[in-house]
Design a protein around this ligand. Structure first.
Ligand SMILES: [Zn+2]
Length: 177
């Protein structure tokens, strides 16, 4: 990922993401769920395309509100696959709605989405992938690795000498118990 620290700064889409979001720990459920959805949408596509479409995705998907999306059903999948703001992939859209229901279940078992991550941290990537596959849909190794790196759960988002990495190193991590 070190190349991202070279190519992203100054880019209209990648720059702000690199400087203010990538590798930054987040505990807000909507932010976590948005990130998971974006990583799933990204599978097989470019991250730049996802950043370009991000605002439209948020509009079409109720601002990534877990409770709203958990209540959407088959008719909504049919509506969303024809929505030009979406990534038109039925499997991804259906996974997203089911994953919203799975996040609701994590509230019961672990208090909230971030609590579930914290309860299992630290794990090697392979164990995270097994855990995500038991818990969510459409979460293969690349999605899980990028999701967790982007939240500072797994290391490697930034090169050690990147100014963002140096700043993040001074902050307490919400993943340490
Ligand atoms: Zn960086």
């Amino acid at each position: 990922m070190s190349a991202y620290c070279d190519s992203a700064p100054g880019h209209p889409l990648h720059g702000p993401y690199h400087d203010t979001e990538y590798g930054v720990p987040q505990t807000d459920e909507t932010v976590l769920f948005e990130r998971l959805c974006l990583e799933i949408f990204q599978a097989g596509l470019s991250w730049e395309l996802i950043l370009k479409r991000r605002a439209g995705l948020g509009e079409a998907l109720a601002g990534f509100d877990v409770d709203t999306l958990a209540g959407w059903g088959e008719a909504d999948v049919e509506r969303l696959v024809t929505d030009p703001r979406l990534i038109r992939n039925r499997r991804k859209i259906a996974a997203l709605l089911e994953n919203a229901r799975r996040v609701q279940a994590l509230r019961l078992s672990h208090g909230h989405f971030a609590g579930w991550i914290r309860a299992h941290h630290p794990l090697p990537l392979a164990d995270w992938v097994r855990l995500f596959r038991r818990t969510f849909l459409f979460t293969g190794p690349e999605v899980v690795n990028e999701f967790l790196m982007s939240l500072g759960v797994l290391p490697g988002a930034h090169r050690d000498d990147c100014p963002v990495a140096r700043h993040l190193a001074t902050l307490p991590s919400p993943w340490e118990t």
